[in-house]
Design a protein around this ligand. Structure first.
Ligand code: CP
Ligand code: NVA
Length: 295
């Protein structure tokens, strides 16, 4: 792996090795406390974040290195400096770049111009670190079998589809009509056990995990009222959880909006693993950084 931009470019073996390394690093953190000694990760943000910023920055500290929070709005990027120039400048100082951007094409441009590894911390199209963490969390909980994602067919759903395809996981995506996943991504996973439906109950039947994401993604704030209306019937409530397997877990990438995409009863109930997912973002990303920078 040179960069982590799109799970389509990552092999099954690479994901398996990453999970093994995550297990090892989570179990024996002290053995890895100097692997990033004197190394820096710049974290470029064009959108808000709680988990991505905290987990990468804390992860770098735990590996003996340093994470630099770099907000697009306060940099020269906001005054028109080309992303290709910024990428080359960053490559002269940093050992790795993590970025959260709107346009996926900009992420590709960033990586194409970088001499150091680039990690995608979310674009409008993809969220690979999240999906790797989600599958790792299910593997840890012995539920890596059938995922039902109920919500918007965008970044989180796309990366879950790609990760599931690589790991031979049955992945069902339930969206309202017109919000189905990107056709090119559907096409790329067409040989895998990935299905798309407009019926949440069909999706969760037999599922070992039910997954929810916000109805209004970052950058869509102006469409809030229309989107909430379109998602009528797609809230994950206890009735929908009860239609999945008895031992199914509830997952959410967070932030969660209780009363919108999920009820408080489910988000804070006994089946919920949302904070294990949030914690695992850091463990999985430490393994990603160690792999990309040192191996
Ligand atoms: N799930 C996730 O990426 O969270 P943040 O937006 O808080 O980083
Ligand atoms: N789909 C959401 C994911 C947040 C982690 C968004 O893009 O805002």
């Amino acid at each position: 792996m040179q960069h982590l931009i799109d799970l389509n470019d990552v092999t099954t073996e690479e994901i398996e090795q990453l999970f093994e390394l995550t297990d090892e690093m989570k179990e024996n953190p002290d053995e890895f406390s100097a692997v990033m000694d004197n190394k820096t990760l710049v974290m470029l943000f064009a959108k808000p974040s709680t988990r991505t910023r905290l987990s990468f920055e804390t992860g770098m500290t735990q590996l003996g290195g340093h994470g630099i929070f770099f907000e697009m709005g306060s940099s020269q990027l906001s005054r028109g400096e080309p992303i290709s120039d910024v990428s080359q400048v960053m490559s002269r100082y940093e050992d790795a770049i993590m970025a959260r951007l709107f346009d996926h094409e900009e992420m590709i441009e960033l990586a194409e111009n970088a001499d150091v590894p680039v990690v995608n911390g979310l674009t409008d199209l993809l969220h690979p670190c999240q999906a790797l963490t989600d599958l790792y969390t299910l593997h840890e909980k012995d539920r890596l079998d059938t995922i039902a994602f109920v919500g918007d067919g965008n970044n989180v759903a796309h990366s879950l589809m790609q990760a599931s395809a690589k790991m031979d996981v049955d992945c069902r995506i339930a969206t309202p009509e017109g919000m189905e996943p990107d056709e090119e991504i559907q096409e790329r996973v067409s040989d895998a056990d990935v299905t798309v439906t407009n019926d949440p109950y069909e999706a969760v039947d037999g599922a070992t995990a039910v997954y929810s994401d916000v109805f209004v993604s970052m950058g869509e704030e102006d469409e809030r009222e229309e989107k909430l209306a379109e998602f009528d019937g797609f809230q994950v409530d206890q009735d929908l959880m009860d239609a999945a397997r008895d031992d199914a877990v509830f997952m959410h990438c967070l932030p969660a909006h209780r009363g919108e995409e999920v009820t408080a009863e489910v988000a804070d109930g006994p089946q919920s693993v949302i904070f294990d997912q949030a914690e695992n973002r850091m463990h999985v990303q430490k393994a990603i950084l160690h792999t990309l920078v040192n191996e």
